[in-house]
Structures are given as structure tokens and as C-alpha cells.
Design a binder for this molecule. Structure first.
Ligand code: SF4
Length: 351
């Protein structure tokens, strides 16, 4: 096999990333390894035709690779290549991400909260997370939507706001669903609220999810107290359960914000043959990468870089821009799997 010969002749056992290409030049798979040569040769030993490696080799006719200073650098490069090239066979990484759930606030005139698995698509929604335990998060999100009167119907449900002008006359207003009737939704589909009234509730949801506002919890607590004063104990008990779910969600967000904040430091990674690198990580994302400083001049320019990366204020929020989710997941899983690596980190404050 020609590809095997290319690998045998040229590949070294050091960290790097590799690409498998189809005859027309399409990158069908991107991978990384601590030992590129060993990893690539293992593809040619796949025992079963249904093995992933064997399937990739059936599609690929050429292979190329580049070395990276370390395994960590290989992971980052692989992630960036996959995001840029979206190779067909790179489902494994997506599967990793599917362990996690995110709360998504959709776009549009009447946004809704929903729980999605895995890293999001580039559709401009706002994501909060990642969380483990999609089901419990789903229950908490339902309570939050109910408490604030946000819709939870299909994204293509047509909306008709009370103040929505329509040149061709108002559409036939069908009755809202049961959620509007039981006052769990403001009813933006039946003209029961204005655009602003709905937007205000969406802002409250965002503020709650970002840890800036306890309004929904206070509201439920007030309702619970009134129900109990009226001796409606069954209703009070059900409100208490809702309250607990929202409090649990708030705590989870607290822990998440802490985790994101914890992933802020300078990280030195030993590199192949002394090619050490320094990564400037802020809020779970690599903001800059430079060769580890060796001279006082290097250190001076590092100080400037550190200032520019860490000084601009950033809001402490649990929302994660879509394009940052994969990197946040990668970094948290790297330090979880290699806790000793935290010894190679130091605070950016005293660089
Ligand atoms: S009342 Fe209308 S907007 Fe609200 S959840 Fe039901 S269908 Fe959706």
C-alpha cells in the first residue's frame, strides 16, 4: 500500500496531527496522536472492515501530517482543524460533546429556552453550560419558563404580538395552547402580550441564568407563601418543589461560573526537544500562545501580552459563546484527565 509506505518512510514518533484525504482532495478525517508514526501505522492493521480506521482508509488515498510541540498542542490543533474543515469521519469528537447538555436561548421575536445536547450549531443562539444531567436541567428549564411565562412550543410556531401591526389585517387568532390558559405562557402567539413585555421576561431569564437576578425564585417564593397563607397546602407543596428545582439550577450555574473562572491562568507545556510553549488561558479559552520565555526581553514582552489578554474586563457569566464551547470542553477534560498538569499553571496576576 502506497500510504503505508509514505508513513513508514517519513513519520516520526512524536506528537502531531494528521489528515486523511480523498482522491479529490477532500479532508475526510483529522486525528491527533502523541506518537504520530505508531498511530498512523495502526490504521493499516485494522482487523475488521467495519472498524472506523478501515472505513477511513477505504475513502482516503493520501495522508499528511504535521508535528506539534506537545500532545496538548496536538489536541488544540486537531480541534481547530476539525472546526474549520468539518471532516466527515470526525464524529467521535461530536459524540464526546454529546455527554453534555446546554441551555440554549433561541433567537427570534419570541425566544424560548431549550436544552440541547452537545456543542451547538453556529446559529447565533446563546448557550449556557455545559452541564451533566440533561433530564434534571430540562426540568429546571421548564420551571424557569413557566415562572417567567416564556413559550416552549415549536420554533416555527407563528407569533402574533398585541402591538404587532399587520398591513394585511390581523391573522385569524387561534386560541393559545393550554400553557397560556393556565398562565404559564404570556401568549405571544395570540396577541396576549406586547413585544416589549415578552422581551422583558427574556431579559429576566438571561439575568437569572447569568446569576445577576433572583427574580424568578423570589416570585415563586412569594406565590408559595401566599398559597400557604390561604391554606392551599397542595399548591404550596408543588410550588416548593418548583422552587427547589430553580435553586438547584442556580447552584449549578454558580459551580459552572466557578469552573470557567478557574480555567484562567498561564500554562507552560513542555515541548518536544525543548520547544516549550506558554498558553494564556482565560475563562476556558486559549487567548494566546507563545514560546515559553527564556530571556528578560521575552519576559518583558510576555508581560505586555498578559496585560492585553487579562486586563480587559469580562462579565462573569455562565453563557458561553457557541464558538468557544468546544475549546472550553477540551480544556476542562484535559485538566480533569491530567490533574498533575495544574502544577504547570500559574496565576496571570504575577506573571
Ligand atoms: S401559548 Fe402560544 S406561544 Fe405560548 S407555548 Fe402555547 S403555543 Fe407557544
Amino acid at each position: 500500500m502506497r500510504m503505508r509506505g509514505v508513513v513508514r518512510e517519513g513519520a516520526l514518533d512524536r506528537p502531531g496531527v494528521y489528515r486523511m484525504l480523498s482522491p479529490d482532495g477532500e479532508v475526510v478525517y483529522v486525528g491527533k496522536s502523541k506518537k504520530v508514526r505508531t498511530r498512523l501505522l495502526s490504521y493499516f492493521r485494522c482487523a475488521y472492515p467495519e472498524d472506523k480506521g478501515a472505513r477511513i482508509l477505504r475513502e482516503a488515498t493520501s495522508i499528511d501530517w504535521e508535528y506539534t510541540p506537545s500532545e496538548f498542542a496536538a489536541l488544540l490543533t486537531e480541534l481547530r482543524l476539525i472546526k474549520r474543515l468539518r471532516p466527515r469521519f470526525n464524529v467521535a469528537m461530536k459524540r464526546d460533546a454529546r455527554h453534555y447538555a446546554f441551555i440554549k436561548l433561541s433567537r427570534g421575536a419570541a425566544p424560548k429556552l431549550l436544552v440541547v445536547r452537545g456543542a451547538g450549531s453556529e446559529d447565533g443562539g446563546v448557550y449556557y453550560g455545559p452541564f451533566l444531567g440533561a433530564q434534571r436541567i430540562g426540568e429546571a428549564v421548564r420551571e424557569l419558563s413557566d415562572a417567567l411565562g416564556l413559550r416552549d412550543c415549536s420554533l416555527d410556531q407563528k407569533m402574533y404580538f398585541a402591538d404587532q401591526g399587520d398591513l394585511f389585517g390581523a391573522p385569524v387568532r387561534t386560541p393559545g395552547c393550554i400553557r397560556h390558559e393556565v398562565r404559564k405562557c404570556l401568549g405571544p402567539c395570540v396577541g396576549a402580550c406586547t413585544v416589549n413585555a415578552y422581551a422583558e421576561r427574556v431579559s429576566m431569564a438571561r439575568a437569572f441564568l447569568e446569576g445577576a437576578d433572583d427574580g424568578p425564585i423570589e416570585r415563586l417564593r412569594g406565590d408559595m407563601q401566599s398559597a400557604s397563607d390561604r391554606m392551599e397546602f397542595e399548591r404550596a407543596a408543588s410550588l416548593r418543589d418548583k422552587l427547589h428545582r430553580l435553586e438547584e439550577l442556580r447552584e449549578q450555574f454558580g459551580r459552572l461560573r466557578f469552573a470557567v473562572e478557574t480555567l484562567s491562568f498561564l500554562y507552560t507545556v513542555r515541548g518536544h526537544e525543548g520547544d516549550d510553549r506558554l498558553y494564556l488561558i482565560r475563562r476556558g479559552r486559549v487567548r494566546a500562545e507563545v514560546p515559553a520565555p527564556r530571556t528578560s526581553r521575552d519576559r518583558r514582552s510576555l508581560n505586555e501580552l498578559v496585560q492585553s489578554v487579562y486586563s480587559p474586563p469580562e462579565r462573569q457569566t455562565a453563557s458561553v459563546p457557541t464558538h468557544e464551547i468546544d475549546e472550553l470542553l477540551l480544556l476542562s477534560s484535559w485538566f480533569r484527565r491530567n490533574p498533575a498538569e495544574l502544577d504547570n499553571t500559574r496565576s496571570a496576576v504575577r506573571s
